[in-house]
Design a binder for this molecule. Structure first.
Ligand code: G3I
Length: 357
């Protein structure tokens, strides 16, 4: 049993300046709101009419600095995911010391703009603080660290404000059906997944709890292994509610069997969501590649609409300059529906069309 320990929790207060900046940002967006910044009916309204959500990953630093970023986020997207600031290194940088200041910039913005908030992410192999990664904790201590984090983050702080959590992020090795060795698997064994789901459900019984991964959009050994895992978790009564298909594609790379693959998960009684969509292009992007990209965006939304049980699509950023792609894949970029100046690209038009606009 997890040994009890005294909680030396020092929740850092939201700084007054961050709050002030957020309030000013909200006022500015409201003041600037014309019919639309990008043209046409906003994606979020079209999506709502089709019964799905369209969202974007957001970054509080850009939210503070870039008026166009704020305007597009508020106007076009009805849901928001924290691109980085709900990861463990942001929320619990030192053991027992929680810092919600940057994450709360996003939740405040989401509240103001009637956006739903996806939580990303609880257990992952990346962006963990050094104290956790290097701690060499035994199973009992690690389990109690995990429970404290989940109780504090999913329960005490965000319950009621975050409707869904990527509880388990990227649990499989890429290109294979093996579980990925990580801190959690290495110390707690494969039961870490069910344990985390149970803890998250106890912390917030209303939150939708997800496993989220990449390169699982089509049928392949990795998505087959995820299917088997999901099925066995459900059989053993674990509170798993959904599968997140990240959707990081190269232009032209959306698998043809994506809808069929998602449907086998919804046939298990799960919901599915495209959680991190982007479509990268080898730079410089030609007009033809931008058209291919637009077709890819359309195909993904159409796949989601085709599968009853697909709750929506989240794109991984707002404009091309903000995307993670160029720094991780030098030579590739232009991955999002808005360009480096936040002007709409063909992909934006095809998202509108796919949603019936
Ligand atoms: O915060 C530090 C900053 O203090 C430092 O000065 C700066 C210098 O490089 O780095 C900053 O950290 C960066 C962080 O993003 C926040 O901006 C990291 O270097 C950078 O590696 C990190 O990249 C993020 C990546 O996850 C990390 O794995 C991307 O922004 C983020 O888009 C990406 O998101 C992931 C999803 O969470 C899971 N699925 C894949 C997806 C794409 O990799």
């Amino acid at each position: 049993m997890a040994k009890s320990h005294s909680r030396r929790r020092r929740v850092l207060a939201i700084s007054g300046s961050l709050l002030l900046v957020t309030v000013l940002a909200v006022v500015a967006v409201r003041a600037a709101a014309g019919p639309t910044q990008a043209g046409g009916v906003p994606l979020r309204d079209l999506a709502a009419e089709r019964g799905i959500r369209i969202g974007a990953a957001a970054n509080p630093y850009l939210l503070e600095r870039e008026p166009d970023y704020r305007a597009l986020l508020a106007e076009q997207y009805g849901s928001m995911t924290a691109e980085n600031v709900m990861k463990w290194d942001s929320l619990q940088p030192e053991r027992g010391v929680y810092d919600f200041s940057t994450a709360d910039v996003l939740t405040a913005f989401a509240d103001e703009h009637d956006q739903q908030m996806r939580g990303h992410t609880v257990l992952w192999h990346n962006q963990n603080p050094e104290w956790l990664d290097q701690g060499e904790f035994g199973p009992e201590e690690l389990r109690s660290i995990m429970r404290d984090h989940i109780d504090t983050v999913v329960g005490e702080h965000f319950a009621g404000r975050v409707y869904a959590w990527d509880v388990i992020n990227e649990p499989f090795r890429d290109g294979s059906g093996e579980l990925r060795p990580n801190l959690w698997l290495n110390t707690l064994g494969r039961g870490y997944i069910a344990e985390a789901l149970h803890m998250a459900h106890e912390a917030d019984p209303d939150a939708r709890l997800y496993i989220n991964d990449f390169n699982i959009e089509g049928r392949n050994p990795k998505s087959d292994a995820l299917y088997d895992l999901a099925e066995s978790l459900l059989e053993e009564g674990a509170p798993l509610h959904g599968i997140g298909f990240q959707g990081h594609f190269h232009a032209g790379g959306v698998p043809e069997d994506m809808a069929e693959n998602m449907r086998r998960f919804t046939d298990l009684g799960l919901e599915v969501t495209v959680t991190e969509l982007d479509v990268s292009i080898k730079m410089p992007a030609s007009a033809e590649e931008l058209r291919t990209q637009a077709r890819d965006y359309r195909a993904v939304v159409e796949n989601c609409l085709e599968v009853g049980g697909c709750t929506g699509v989240t794109v991984w950023g707002i404009g091309d300059a903000d995307s993670w792609i160029p720094s991780w894949f030098p030579g590739r970029g232009a991955a999002l529906p808005f360009d480096e100046d936040y002007a709409p690209k063909p992909a934006y038009g095809s998202l509108q069309e796919a949603l019936g606009g």
